[in-house]
Design a protein around this ligand. Structure first.
Ligand code: FDA
Length: 510
């Protein structure tokens, strides 16, 4: 305790001393400050990491500009304080706001400018902006430009783009990180770097390798993509009595082969059957088509007639309205909801897998059995189709390696509202059992995973030094062979491993 109090005081003094006339004291929060808890909790999405026993930051700083970030990094290095950078706070394992050692949260909330250049189809967006704010700003200025990022509007672009980032137009355009064309980053030496001055190796690493290992990303320059003025959405629900198993089995053979304009994901949940007391599973076929329904209906008739899509299932709208539709807002809602950063929070644990061969019906039936268990009451599996543009981009173009050869990705999620460790343990144990069951049906050697669905179960660094070999256990799952190049970049740019967390890329000397 004495050590942390000491570290904390020295760090604060250093910050105030170095900041001179700039107003850093107004953006420093310690536990003695009445806003501390509010600022800390403002973007915590997973209350599993916000309990009385969760380690709390000694200090939170919400810098107003680049020079303040440089001061934070310099003082943190001088006084042995770990820095956790937080943009949207959506990290699945809370790594942006929890650490076992004395730490400061560098929260990017005040750095969220967005400037859109419609004529040249690009935008600069600061890391603290949310996807909702970005989509809103693009839509304010153009009805025919969009961006291929995630579906939840409160995600921060800082973490999201640095881990890949995908949404409903990934089959047409790939990932958010595939569309980053420049970036501003502050490295461990406090240097403010852009693409030219950081060089292609570091610029490669931060587009999918996770930002937290390499520096503080201040802003991204992104290429916007064309979207038609009319798109079509639908959600068709099928439960087991309505042939869900056979339709889903068929979906696995076509989902990655459809026209690139068509994206049909499947959301699996447990449900009550029409037969009293019996449980069933519901498969929601949830789709975006980049065009009108006049073209979609014949396409579906030809390539996936088993779903039985009819005109009444389809809703035509603008691309930005489809963002609201996928985010779960009712139709007719004003676009202003995209600017709302207020979170609805519930504890969860997630995991991910990649599927390269269709799962046989018998395998799907084993998943249904697990949905009938009591911990699965609020469990969800989301199956995201790949193919299209995702198969055209090389597996080493950026650190995100999961390209050709994947039919779809599975995200497993289990939620619970009960407090206490017993509830946490039983739900986490349920999802781990499901993950074990899935092993024969998913990618192997390595069993691949998506870094933006952070999962500490797949391996973590040692608290002190972490060898390349040890970190490879989790590193190759997220990055396959790209892990080696990430380690190389880390060794060059952060050899003393200042920017670190439980799953940061280790430098070679460690
Ligand atoms: P957060 O601030 O927690 O940061 C995540 C990681 O990045 C941390 O390690 C952090 O230190 C680091 N980091 C953040 N900002 C940084 C910066 N400026 N410089 C350096 N490092 C930085 N994903 C997806 O691809 N598609 C989707 O549709 C969704 N949907 C979705 C819904 C919901 C409800 C959640 C909670 C999450 C998702 N995700 C997702 C996953 C999401 O992309 C992932 O959690 C991102 O890393 C979140 O980025 P944030 O900035 O919000 O997180």
């Amino acid at each position: 305790l004495a050590t942390s109090a000491h570290t904390h005081e020295n760090f604060l003094q250093c910050l105030i001393l170095h900041s001179g006339n700039d107003s850093i004291s107004k953006v420093i929060y310690t536990s003695s400050n009445s806003s501390y808890s509010f600022v800390l909790e403002s973007s915590i999405r997973n209350p599993r990491f916000s309990t009385p026993s969760t380690p709390k930051p000694l200090v939170i700083v919400t810098p107003l500009g680049v020079s303040q970030i440089q001061e934070i990094l310099s003082c943190a290095q001088k006084h042995g304080m770990q820095v956790r950078v937080r943009s949207g706070g959506h990290d699945y394992e809370g790594l942006s706001y929890v650490s076992p050692v004395p730490f400061v949260i560098l929260d990017m909330i005040n750095l969220r400018n967005i400037s859109v250049d419609v004529e040249n189809s690009f935008a600069w967006v600061q890391s603290g902006a949310t996807l909702g704010e970005l989509y809103y700003e693009i839509a304010e200025q153009s009805k025919t430009l969009g961006f291929p990022a995630g579906v939840c509007p409160t995600i921060g672009v800082g973490g999201h783009f640095s881990g890949g980032g995908y949404g409903t137009i990934l089959r047409k355009y790939g990932l958010a990180a595939d569309h980053v064309i420049d970036a501003h980053l502050i490295d461990v030496k406090g240097r403010f770097l852009d693409r030219k001055s950081m060089g292609e190796d570091l610029f490669w690493a931060i587009r999918g390798g996770g930002g937290a290992s390499f520096g503080v990303i201040v802003a991204w320059k992104i290429k916007l993509v064309p979207v038609p003025s009319t798109v079509t959405v639908f959600t068709v629900n099928k439960n087991l009595e309505q042939n869900a198993t056979k339709i889903l089995h068929r979906w696995q053979h076509v989902a990655d082969k459809f026209d690139k304009d068509l994206y049909i994901r499947v959301i699996l949940t447990g449900a009550n059957s029409s037969q009293e007391g019996k449980k069933t599973v519901q498969a929601a076929f949830n789709s975006l088509y980049l065009g009108g329904k006049d073209k979609l209906l014949p396409l579906m008739q030809e390539s996936f007639p088993e779903l039985g899509l009819v005109s009444e299932d389809c809703k035509e709208m603008s691309w930005i309205q489809s963002i609201l539709y996928f985010a779960g807002f009712p139709s007719g809602q004003s676009l202003d909801v995209l600017l709302n950063r207020t979170l609805t929070v519930i504890s969860y644990k997630a995991k991910s897998d990649y599927v390269k061969n269709p799962i046989p019906e018998s395998g799907l039936e084993g998943i249904w059995q697990r949905f009938y268990e009591k911990e699965a009451e609020s469990a969800v599996l989301i199956l995201t189709p790949y193919g299209g543009k995702m198969s055209e981009i090389s597996g080493s173009a950026i650190p995100f390696p999961h390209r050709a050869g994947n039919i779809y990705k599975i995200q497993y999620l289990v939620y619970w509202s009960e407090e206490g460790t017993a509830a946490t343990e039983s739900h986490v144990s349920w999802i781990r059992r499901l993950y074990t069951y899935m092993a024969p049906y998913v990618s192997k050697s390595p069993r691949e995973a998506y870094i933006n669905y952070r999962d500490l179960d797949i391996g973590t660094n040692n608290e002190g030094n972490t060898s390349y070999r040890h970190a490879s256990i989790w590193g190759t799952k997220y990055f396959k062979n790209n892990f080696k190049r990430l380690v190389h970049v880390k060794t060059v740019f952060d050899p003393t491993n200042f920017f670190r967390n439980e799953q940061s890329i280790p430098p070679l000397s460690w």
